[in-house]
Design a protein around this ligand. Sequence first.
Ligand SMILES: *[C@@H]1O[C@H](CO)[C@@H](O)[C@H](O)[C@H]1NC(C)=O
Ligand SMILES: *[C@@H]1O[C@H](CO)[C@@H](O)[C@H](O)[C@H]1NC(C)=O
Ligand SMILES: *[C@@H]1O[C@H](CO)[C@@H](O)[C@H](O)[C@H]1NC(C)=O
Length: 328
Amino acid sequence: MSKTTSRRNLLAILTITLLTPPTASQKNTKRGIAYLGDTHSADNNLLLSTNTPLSWYYNWSPNPASQQIPSESLAFAPLIHGLDEASSSSVSSAINSLPSSSTHLLSFNEPDGTTSSGGSSISPSDAARSYIDHIVPYRTSSRKWSISHPSTTGSPNGLDWLRQFNASCYDIDGENGCPTDFIAAHWYGNFDGLAAWLGTLDEFYNKNQSRETPLKIWVTELALPQQDAEATVSMMNQSLPFLDGLDYVEKYAWFGAFRTGDANEWTGDAVALFDNGGGLTELGALYMGGEASGYKEGQKGEGASAGAVLRVNGALLACMAVFLVMCM
Ligand SMILES: *[C@@H]1O[C@H](CO)[C@@H](O)[C@H](O)[C@H]1NC(C)=O
Ligand SMILES: *[C@@H]1O[C@H](CO)[C@@H](O)[C@H](O)[C@H]1NC(C)=O
Ligand SMILES: *[C@@H]1O[C@H](CO)[C@@H](O)[C@H](O)[C@H]1NC(C)=O
């Protein structure tokens, strides 16, 4: 290898190193956050700190919250909320230009729910048409996205909607219906209800079907609404080991990663991971892995998280520069 070639190779390596963002969090945990957009950087720094058990997040949109959650820290799962987003070319170009750590695409949010409660209120037949026309093609695009069926509310209405959706899918495409790679589920209620709802979905999609590989479930909204802190902590404490141990659950996200004052009236304050001063609630400390992972109630985040990433890059750059000088 000539000196010029090796120098050129080194320059190429250096360029690639600088242009490629650090790889996404190496953590392979199921735990993530449904991110409403808490803009207190200290809160986000705490969520992204070294021992975080979090590996992923989503925010009900195709656009990541890159300002608050750098793409190297947590993998982002885009979501197509409703029919307008599904057919929008700006949405598809946003999704296809996400970093490669984004691999899973969520579809229609609570189509069986009303728009006033955050749902997308879509009839099963309209959803099936749009899903086949606009969501299914993401699977075979060059990015080969893993796509999910719509995430309904965790209720008999939700199951009923999914049955009608499936029937409409087969009316449109008698051979394939609406193919899916994973299932997205929401649950607001107690632990027994969570276990029952996931069991129902597993039965509907897996046990009652002749599928070679069972579909995995992502629980993308999860909370015990309208209860006090003690009951909420106890429900989470029972749910985390259950979800971590359940083979057919691949990811889950508690609702929500925000301060008490930002909780909505319907869920009540006790679902919040942070208090109004930015300290972890007892619930927040539990979600972060508790004292065993170095998180405790009242703990606050600090510093600017982007700084940590830059420092790592800086160190790498210095190291590469020394190597380059030595070789030239
Ligand atoms: C699964 O199949 C059984 C037997 O046909 C049926 O009774 C049950 O309702 C099905 N489960 C779901 C969730 O559709
Ligand atoms: C969807 O409908 C098809 C065709 O009727 C049926 O074979 C399949 O079991 C249904 N799938 C689910 C998940 O109910
Ligand atoms: C969670 O449950 C375990 C037992 O399963 C118990 O030892 C622990 O104290 C509980 N933690 C909280 C915060 O409730």
